[in-house]
Design a protein around this ligand. Sequence first.
Ligand SMILES: *Cc1c(COP(=O)(O)O)cnc(C)c1O
Length: 356
Amino acid sequence: MSTNHIIDLYSDTQTRPSAGMRKAMADAEVGDEQRGEDPSTNLLQERVADLLGKEAALFLPSGTMCNQIAMLVHCRQGDEIIGAEVTHLFTSEAGGASALAGAQTWPIRCERGIFTGADVTAAVRAPGRHNPISRVVVIEQTVNRGGGAIWSVDEIADVAKATHQHGLILHMDGARLMNAAVSSGIPAKDMTAHVDTAWTDLSKGLGCPVGGVLVGSRAFIDEAWRWKHRLGGALRQSGILAAAGLYALDHNIQELAKDHENAVALGEAVAAVEGLKLFSPRIESNMVFFESTLPEISSRQIFETLLARGVRMGMTYGNMIRAVTHLDVSRDDITRAGEILGQVVADLKAGLRKAS
Ligand SMILES: *Cc1c(COP(=O)(O)O)cnc(C)c1O
């Protein structure tokens, strides 16, 4: 491995399908998915339904479509969706909940995207003709713009209790649910036990090129199928894609533990640099958020200088730098990224001294 390749910590979406995954895709048994005749897709759906402890599952082209179809099934026009202000469904899906489901959103302001049953109760609208109807509560596992924070099962149960007491539906955006499960050692199905609907992404840390799988009751999935078809998301020989998902379930879930160790190592490297501050002292999954505390050096300058030196991170919520570990970054890459980061900050400081 050369030492001057790009170390890509922009996102866990940057993973490329491995040789083993590509072989599984090439060898996949296929059929017409729209007619329920694709054996690989059917098997993937059965396995994810089982993994997440729900009756049925539906393979979809993306996580965004999982969220959007869930909202289309759950909501009518004028309904309201409650969730953390940082939730992906509110911030990063092109206003889909309003554009497609006709629902409006009620953002809860909270630390790291994690809120409580009392927050839900406070957000639920009173009945009355003037008021929108509160319909769904959304929680994100892990919280992307919360630095990869993990909801504990108790926190989920607390929100579920309030949600159901008020007659609302609880939906989990589980883009990184498997990261949460591996990091905490708690089975994914314990985390989904209290929610009505959920999904997990295949194209993030699990390393697939495409896909998400939505789960819930049989009746929910029947309705979700109708929307999948309406939106043009019903596919033909999707087994080629589902085979990547099956491969990931067998080979890549346990690999997430390495991503979490790498994130902790990178967090330690960040903490060792004077002038950098971690968003949270505890790195919970595969994300490291940090910012500059130096008055004359911005986080953006650090981000741009890192990029120029072959370390790609991202800018995120609160103007922080976000680094995400994944299958295609090794421990050596992380060590190297930490060294480059220290050097970048030292050089920027030295530049300031020279200029003054
Ligand atoms: C990436 C992401 C999504 C959307 O998934 P895609 O597969 O990119 O469409 C939804 N929610 C969260 C929290 C995400 O990080």
